[in-house]
Design a protein around this ligand. Structure first.
Ligand SMILES: Nc1nc2c(ncn2[C@@H]2O[C@H](COP(=O)(O)OP(=O)(O)OP(=O)(O)O)[C@@H](O)[C@H]2O)c(=O)[nH]1
Length: 497
């Protein structure tokens, strides 16, 4: 990994805006309680090339490096982080994968990863997460690399965070705080934002004491903000706790109301008898890309984790013209912070309620099986085990053919595709057509031209086997659900009735 010699003390921390509805002053008496410390300045020309390159990658700049002004660099400053994990079980490869995932999460949050260390232990150290010797070593790495933040690959107790901070002398945040931070950046709907804000407050509550120095970007903030803010003064802690609890109670009520609204909409969709397909899968597997491929919907595709937090529902058609809804869902990740499970669960209800799950897995990942298992665990949690599943092995263009073969062999109902190149997409569409629930009644009807709406319904709600335009009207042979069959019944030709 890269390193830089600039000392952390010189790093400037930028203030950032709090998202609407979660402004610090809504919770605290004084804005200043949460204001950021400006530690110092660092000149723009001190950005080395690796930092510039990483920055471009994170923010997706299309211009040449030199085109980006110093001011822009300053605004888009990256937090400089060192990662640390405790390896308690599994293979070295597992430990490496876990740290690689933490690095991807950190980059998604807008940080520059300078180094990473893993310690082999039976269990994390009760006082400092990693053992005291390793903590000293970590301190040296921090000094050497000029990092200003340490991110731990687990959920730490408030005490562990403080003790480790005392040793490494820079702020320490854990995986939970990091994921909460990313979710806060990506939530777009009112409900999504409220769910994340609630989870942040839950996480924050027991950590208020002793957060004089460190608090992950719990109160929100966009790209360019630091991963840490300053906590409230000790004297205000009790007032702050009370106010946060009150705010949490209010948010819970609001979320419950929003949930009812969403439930009504879902029931409406069910009543329309339009079959629903849910796309589920590990974060970054390519779910949004697949949704775009299948519907031409133009959903944001980002090489960042959790670009999708709120479910997106689109209308799609089978090659035969049958209409169904296609819902993109939040990406899964292992060790999802328990505070977020509720938020996550609500977006996953779409999955439990669907007629078919497209379980997208990144075929270019070295061990896609792990991601499949992690996702299946959540599918089980939301009670969706009975929903038929097609395993869509995506990124076939970049995958190791041996991995593809292995997955296709083990997963009985699976298909290899590339949302990027279009490979396998036609076959997938045919599979979806095949797997969608078939309407139960086959019927023939001669629908007068004055009842065009019925013909249209037969197309969207049913499966048209044949259609002929005659002098008397449209002669349809269709498979439809019982309600539509009843509406078509008056038009069944006497010879067939
Ligand atoms: N090589 C290759 N890359 C792909 C393919 N499909 C998607 N990607 C890339 O994978 C990254 C993630 O794609 P998304 O569609 O945003 O993934 P997602 O599963 O919706 O991600 P989350 O929002 O994190 O859950 C993007 O950089 C895509 O360009 C593919 O078929 N081949």
């Amino acid at each position: 990994m890269t390193s830089s010699s600039s000392p952390s003390q010189d790093t400037k921390r930028l203030a950032h805006d709090y998202p609407e509805g979660l402004r610090a002053d809504a919770l605290m008496e004084e804005d200043v309680a949460w204001s950021h410390e400006i530690d110092g300045e660092r000149d723009g020309d001190q950005f080395d090339r690796s930092e510039r390159a990483a920055l471009r990658r994170v923010i997706g700049l299309s211009t040449e490096l030199e085109d980006v002004t110093e001011v822009e660099y300053r605004q888009l400053r990256l937090e400089r982080v060192v990662l640390v994990g405790v390896w308690t079980s599994g293979t070295v490869q597992d430990a490496d994968n876990s740290l690689a995932e933490l690095a991807a999460l950190a980059e998604t949050a807008g940080a520059l990863v300078l180094d990473g260390v893993v310690q082999r232990r039976d269990k994390p150290d009760a006082a400092t997460y990693i053992g005291s010797g390793k903590a000293e070593e970590l301190r040296d790495i921090v000094l050497e690399t000029g990092a200003d933040t340490v991110i731990c690959d687990g959920e730490l107790s408030p005490g562990q965070l403080i003790h480790l901070e005392d040793v490494v002398k820079v702020k320490v945040i854990d995986r939970t705080a990091l994921i909460l931070d990313i979710f806060a950046q990506h939530a777009k709907s009112r409900e999504g934002k409220a769910q994340v804000a609630l989870a942040q407050m839950q996480y924050m509550l027991p950590r208020l004491r002793g957060w004089g120095q460190s608090l992950s970007r719990q109160m929100g903030g966009g790209k360019g903000g630091g991963l840490a803010t300053r906590g409230p003064g000790e004297t205000k802690i009790e007032t702050d706790r009370r106010r946060i609890r009150e705010k949490m109670a209010k948010m819970r009520r609001e979320i419950a109301e929003m949930k009812t609204g969403r439930e009504i909409k879902r029931q409406e969709r069910r009543r329309n008898k339009v079959p629903s397909v849910a796309i589920a899968g590990y974060t970054n597997a390519g779910k949004s890309s697949l949704l775009n491929r299948l519907t031409g919907a133009g959903v944001l595709v980002e090489n960042a984790l959790f670009a999708t937090l709120d479910p997106t529902v689109r209308r799609a058609e089978t090659p035969g013209g049958r209409v169904y809804t296609l819902a993109d869902t939040v990406g899964f990740v292992r060790h999802l912070p328990h505070h977020l499970v509720e938020a996550f669960r609500s977006t996953m209800e779409e999955v439990g309620d669907s007629d078919l799950i497209l379980h997208v897995v990144d075929g270019s990942h070295p061990i896609p099986e792990e991601q499949l298992a992690a996702v299946r665990e959540v599918i089980r949690d939301v009670g969706a085990t009975d929903v038929p599943e097609i395993v869509v092995i995506n990124k076939a263009d970049a995958a190791d053919p041996l991995v593809l073969q292995r997955l296709l062999r083990v997963e009985k109902r699976s298909i290899a595709v590339s949302a990027r190149t279009g490979r396998g997409i036609d076959e997938l569409l045919a599979l979806i057509d095949n797997e969608l629930p078939r309407p139960s009644v086959e019927i023939e009807a001669l629908v007068p031209y004055t009842h065009g709406k019925l013909v249209a319904r037969a197309h969207t709600e049913g499966e048209v086997i044949s259609e002929e335009h005659t002098a008397e009207g449209t002669l349809l042979k269709v498979r439809v659900h019982e309600e539509l069959a009843a509406d078509l019944a008056p038009y069944v030709p006497a010879s067939l009735a």
